[in-house]
Design a protein around this ligand. Structure first.
Ligand SMILES: [Zn+2]
Length: 78
C-alpha cells in the first residue's frame, strides 16, 4: 500500500474516532451538577428522546451508558 493511501486511511480512522468518542458534557438540573445514579460519573452525552412515551430529555452516562432522564432540559455547564 502506498504512503498516500496509508495517510488517507489514517485520516478516515481519526474522523471515525472523533464521531464515536464525542466530547462529553457536564450538566446541571435544579441547581445541582448531574452525576450518574449508577456509577457516579459526571460526564454525559445528550441522546435523542426516541422510545420515551412523554416528551423529555435524556442524557447518557459516558462511562456506563445509564440514562438520566429529565422532563425539562438540563443546562450544559461544559
Ligand atoms: Zn454511569
Amino acid at each position: 500500500m502506498s504512503n498516500t493511501m496509508k495517510a488517507i486511511r489514517r485520516g478516515i480512522k481519526a474522523g471515525v474516532n472523533a464521531i464515536q468518542n464525542p466530547q462529553h458534557d457536564h450538566f446541571q438540573a435544579g441547581g445541582k451538577t448531574i452525576v450518574c445514579s449508577h456509577c457516579g460519573n459526571d460526564s454525559f452525552d445528550y441522546i435523542g428522546v426516541g422510545g420515551f412515551s412523554i416528551v423529555g430529555y435524556g442524557i447518557e452516562c459516558s462511562k456506563c451508558t445509564h440514562v438520566e432522564y429529565f422532563t425539562s432540559a438540563p443546562s450544559k455547564i461544559g
